[in-house]
Design a protein around this ligand. Structure first.
Ligand SMILES: Cc1cc2nc3c(=O)[nH]c(=O)nc-3n(C[C@H](O)[C@H](O)[C@H](O)COP(=O)(O)OP(=O)(O)OC[C@H]3O[C@@H](n4cnc5c(N)ncnc54)[C@H](O)[C@@H]3O)c2cc1C
Length: 350
């Protein structure tokens, strides 16, 4: 007998789950409010574990072909001085539209796709006759807020911007850490991609980011006395640049209850500094699919909770520590001193 899984949200988490479920065992309804938004964005760094999950789905090679891989990076201070050159696990810098396109192509033809905003997940579950609801609806998750009272997203006063940087492709990623901001350049499909995060001028109690032109003016000012390269990058930012307020998921005791499981940013939306959000979304979806195949819709949620909850909650907290460490004003000199003392590891030549 097939069981019916209702997936709310067609971002990376929701699409990965829908593509991973065996259509002979599960009927899937995937509801996405804004399908055009799901495929937008620049580059995501994917770690080995997430790539292995994507390989199992049969989409890893397509994503790798459109990506750049690197196993070393450079950390600089605000003025551009090298703090450390370091080796890191091999990362795949993958264009987000390519990840989303590959996952969409892997969806079984039997999946039902609906375009609408879900306001009442329980009502929709009854309407479609779902055995399990999966909240893959991002950090603002309606599913989370319906199932767990008092779990509105945490609104930070940080904003993040990102865009493409046409030109020569860097060999590996570089980050600049300085008081009140962080800037990064990574390899990207059009050459490179950039991102940065700063505190907004005015703490805004709302969930929105400022308009792009205001945000660009703000970061151009904030990074004015940093490495001059950053001004050149920002001067070339086009209308395809993207600005968003950094929202975090609140700490959760559980990410699964009864007939509902939360995956991805809905469960553990985190600051972007560790580059783990999309990776954990993919890992969640892979584990939940395996738990569903093994235990069925009833038994999957406690098994998923045991496998994933503690790890992702720790990463959520660690990403905020990483944001504070990268942007500290008070302890910047101590931090730079410590980082400079780390062993330098030059990238391989040739
Ligand atoms: C600047 C920046 C850089 C980043 N870099 C990296 C990186 O290098 N590596 C990495 O792993 N992660 C990175 N991330 C994080 C990553 O983008 C997210 O963690 C990831 O996209 C989360 O995927 P998701 O599917 O859980 O949520 P989302 O991508 O937010 O998808 C949720 C989907 O649900 C839909 N939805 C929401 N509400 C409803 C509703 N009520 N009804 C119907 N549909 C709904 C939305 O339209 C959306 O498509 C970065 C984030 C930022 C901001």
């Amino acid at each position: 007998m097939t069981e019916h899984v209702l997936v709310v949200g067609g971002g990376i988490a929701g699409l990965t789950l829908a593509a991973a479920l065996d259509p002979c065992r599960f009927r899937v309804t995937l509801v996405e409010e804004r399908p055009e938004r799901a495929g937008a964005g620049t580059v995501l760094a994917l770690w080995r574990g997430a790539m292995a999950d994507l390989d199992r789905l049969g989409v890893g090679q397509r994503i790798r072909t459109a990506s750049v891989t690197s196993d070393h990076g450079t950390l600089r201070d605000a003025r551009g001085g090298v703090l450390v050159r370091h080796r890191m696990p091999q990362l795949c810098f993958a264009p987000r539209p390519e990840i989303v396109g590959a996952l969409e192509a892997a969806l079984p033809t039997t999946a039902t796709r609906l375009t609408r905003e879900v306001t009442d997940p329980d009502a929709l579950a009854s309407e479609v006759g779902a055995d399990l609801v999966v909240g893959a609806d991002g950090v603002r998750s309606v599913c989370r807020q319906t199932a767990f009272a008092g779990t509105a997203p945490v609104v930070t006063d940080w904003i993040a911007l990102r865009g493409h940087l046409p030109g020569p492709r860097p060999q590996g990623p570089t980050e600049w850490w300085g008081p009140g901001g962080v800037f990064g350049v990574t390899p990207g499909p059009h050459g490179a991609a950039w991102f940065c995060a700063v505190r907004a001028d005015q703490p805004d109690p709302g969930l929105q980011a400022p308009p792009l032109d205001e945000a660009l003016a703000l970061v151009t000012r904030r990074f004015g006395d940093w490495d001059p390269l950053l001004q050149r990058v920002l001067a070339g930012a086009g209308p395809d640049a993207d600005v968003q307020r950094i929202l975090l998921a609140p700490p959760l005791r559980r990410s699964a209850v009864g007939g509902l499981v939360l995956i991805g940013d809905a469960a553990h939306g985190m600051a972007p500094n560790l580059g783990r959000g999309a990776n954990e979304a993919i890992r969640d979806a892979d584990v939940l699919a395996r738990m569903l195949h093994h235990h069925g819709a009833k038994g999957a949620s406690p098994a998923f909770h045991r496998r994933r909850h503690a790890t992702t909650q720790v990463l959520r907290a660690a990403s905020s520590v990483a944001l504070r460490t990268a942007t500290t004003r008070r302890l910047a000199r101590v931090r730079d001193h410590v980082v400079r003392a780390l062993p330098q590891q030059r990238p391989p030549t040739g």
